[in-house]
Design a protein around this ligand. Structure first.
Ligand code: ADP
Ligand code: MG
Length: 247
């Protein structure tokens, strides 16, 4: 799913996100920014790949003209990131979101761990960066918890995770609530992965999912008809094309 689609599902599941809306024209982007109010926005290319920030696919706008200009440059172009091939992916939509100050950045994901036949939470105090890099260079900064499918989420394990991320008591509570909601969302959407990178804490000590990724398990699509409708073939075709080109 795209970030904007995942964020809508997050919002419905009670996982905190910032205000934002998707646009397919510079004028629409401007209108959305005006509607969101505030004085800073981010324009985010909607492509099925991460690493957009470093590739110029996430840009800060300081005024409405900026929002329009950045959007006009992004729309119709292709974004090449670390996770795409050299031809990149087409940008047909941008997400306009209120910009926020970031006090802390975390990595958080829930994945199906097939070897353990269950779900595993992966969290790190090093958010907003390549998690593979963190795993390689500073593995001690990553904490994992595999859910026992017969018991469900163990509150004590969540507080251990929060502890390892140096969260104070107040934030620990918010963190546990978010993890519980992610688990419910993942089960309801048959997701093989839900990833938030970064999950941030702002100046008011409130968590927000600044990025959102949901990967729906292909084998479950037969019972996820609403999610099938969210599939963006402009991104999927490219991936299939690439797969066939690569043999
Ligand atoms: P990607 O992972 O594809 O690079 P992200 O959504 O994670 O895209 O955005 C990249 C970076 O841009 C984030 O790590 C964060 O630092 C910054 N960013 C994203 N959204 C916002 C926002 N609404 N306000 C402030 N900074 C943001
Ligand atoms: Mg990200």
């Amino acid at each position: 799913l795209h970030e904007y689609q995942s964020k809508e599902l997050f919002s419905n599941a009670g996982i905190p996100i910032l205000k934002g809306m998707v646009a397919n024209s510079p004028q629409q982007a401007r209108e959305i920014a005006k509607q969101l109010q505030g004085d800073q926005w981010v324009v985010k290319a909607q492509v099925h790949a991460g690493g957009r920030g470093k590739a110029g696919g996430v840009k800060l706008a300081n005024n409405l003209d900026d929002v329009e200009l950045i959007t006009s440059k992004m729309l119709g172009s292709r974004l090449i990131t670390k996770q795409t091939d050299q031809t990149g992916l087409p940008i047909n939509l941008v997400y306009i979101e209120s910009a926020t100050q970031i006090k802390f950045e975390f990595y958080l994901s829930l994945v199906i761990d097939r070897s353990k036949e269950s779900w595993t939470f992966i969290a790190s105090s090093e958010g907003g960066v390549d998690i593979e890099m963190v795993a390689e260079k500073t593995p001690e900064k990553i904490t994992k918890y595999t859910i026992d499918p017969l018991i469900g989420i163990d509150a004590h394990q969540l507080s251990l995770m929060a502890d390892k991320m140096n969260l104070d008591i107040h934030l620990q509570e918010q963190f546990a609530i978010i993890l519980n909601k992610i688990f419910v969302l993942a089960k309801n959407t048959d997701a093989s992965q839900v990833e938030i990178n970064p999950l941030i804490v702002d100046q008011n000590d409130t968590f927000f999912a600044l990025d959102a990724k949901i990967v729906v398990e292909d084998n479950s699509l037969f019972r996820q008809s609403e999610l099938v409708l969210l599939k963006d073939s402009s991104q999927e075709n490219d991936i299939e094309l690439r797969a066939s080109e690569n043999g």
